[in-house]
Design a protein around this ligand. Structure first.
Ligand SMILES: Nc1nc2c(c(=O)[nH]1)N=C([C@H](O)[C@H](O)COP(=O)(O)OP(=O)(O)OP(=O)(O)O)CN2
Ligand SMILES: [Zn+2]
Length: 136
């Protein structure tokens, strides 16, 4: 019997959407106001979902405290109050779109979980814009 355990978290961060190998005009055409060279910020809301079998001894799929600690070390400590383009190594050469941020979060968290657990990341960039990634 598989059950999904989810935990919400949040971080705020600044970013700029652009490609270093495009002109300012091309970046402006594609990314518009998100290409502001002075950056802009979002209050990101995160839902981390872990799916797996219930351990018959503990009744847990995963201890929520363990999940909380992994989110803190891999996401909050790394991204919160940071400029993603300038301060987070994963985005030195990767555009920090919501899609790419979700994939980076997945790739940081997956190795920290038991291999038999499935992970899904839902990331809200704004209250109306969100993406989901589950490694597929
Ligand atoms: N596919 C994607 N499209 C866009 C992304 C993204 O990550 N993936 N990101 C942005 C910008 O980051 C932009 O800052 C989004 O903010 P905004 O346009 O203000 O968001 P809303 O549309 O939700 O705001 P409204 O209040 O509805 O105007 C753009 N596109
Ligand atoms: Zn943005």
């Amino acid at each position: 019997m598989k059950v999904t355990v989810s935990r919400k978290a949040h971080f705020n961060a600044a970013h700029r959407l652009y490609r270093k190998d495009w002109s300012f005009e091309k970046n402006d055409e594609i990314f518009g106001k998100c290409n502001n060279p002075n950056f802009h910020g979002h209050n990101y809301e995160l839902i981390v979902s872990v799916n797996g079998e219930i351990d018959q001894e503990t009744g847990y799929v995963i201890d929520m405290k363990v999940l909380k600690d992994i989110i803190k070390s891999e996401v909050e400590d790394a991204f919160d109050h940071k400029n993603l383009n300038l301060e987070v190594p994963e985005f030195q050469d990767l555009n920090p779109t919501a899609e790419n941020i979700a994939v980076v979060i997945y790739n940081k968290m997956k190795p920290k979980l038991d291999a038999n657990l499935d992970l899904e990341i839902t990331l809200y960039e704004t209250p109306r814009n969100f993406v989901t990634y589950s490694g597929k």
